[in-house]
Design a protein around this ligand. Structure first.
Ligand code: SAH
Length: 213
């Protein structure tokens, strides 16, 4: 698992691309400038690791495009020690970004293969989530709720009520909603039953599927 000067240079170029595309959060840009994304991808795609593109990982899933990761993380507005729930561990790249921001991360994955691979791989890189869970993200993680924020990294056909109910008051849910194309949604919990909803642009994700595989 090598990280060379060449990789570092390519990463800095990627950070510059994200700045040009409108990402402003310094901690988010710093995290992306630091994390060796090439190590999260299969060897056939190593040369593409620092392009602003999504790529295939195991089990027919994808590692999200860096811009999408940055955009979602910026909306989440993470502070050190925040308790964050991630739905869709996948390659673990988004998890690593959250950990770089100092969050306490709980991450759920429904694909057994990815769950096993990533829960072993991230600690090898020094990224320690509070917990990796093999389960169905539609249900959230009631035993650890409430969360400061929840991020969904797959396209949801609708907003699962369980996720809204597991937010602290003041907490934020960032979730792409839609079938073929998704609209990025931010929900902020204003009170026990009050939520503020904001919509952002269009994105494309693999689907959020029910139950485990
Ligand atoms: N954050 C990941 C994105 C992976 S793609 C990364 O940066 O690599 C979305 C992931 O969501 C896939 O790994 C997919 O298996 C997972 N997923 C889909 N439906 C799910 C569900 N109901 N619960 C948990 N994970 C789910």
């Amino acid at each position: 698992m090598k990280d060379t000067f060449k990789h570092k240079g390519l990463r800095q170029q990627l950070v510059n691309v994200l700045i040009e595309k409108g990402i402003k959060s310094e901690p988010v840009l710093k995290a992306i400038g630091k994390i060796p994304r090439h190590l999260f991808m299969d060897s056939g795609f190593l040369d593409h690791a620092y392009q602003d593109k999504a790529f295939p990982i195991a089990a027919d899933q994808t590692i999200s495009q860096p811009y999408t990761v940055a955009f979602q993380t910026e909306l989440l507005d993470v502070y050190p020690e925040d308790k964050v729930l991630e739905i869709g561990t996948g390659s673990g790249y988004q998890t690593a970004v959250l950990l770089e921001l100092g969050a306490r991360v709980y991450s759920i994955e429904r694909q057994q293969e990815l769950f096993k691979k990533t829960s072993k791989f991230l600690p090898q890189l020094g990224y320690r989530a509070k917990s990796f869970i093999f389960g169905d993200g539609y249900k959230g993680l009631p035993q650890e709720a409430p969360f400061d924020s929840i991020i969904v990294t797959a396209g949801a056909p609708y907003v699962p009520k369980a996720l809204l109910s597991q937010l602290k008051v003041g907490g934020r849910l960032v979730i792409p909603v839609g079938d073929q194309v998704q609209i990025m949604n931010l929900f902020i919990r204003k009170g026990p039953k009050e939520f503020e909803q904001h919509e952002f642009g269009e994105f494309r994700f693999v689907p959020l599927l029910e139950d485990k595989n």
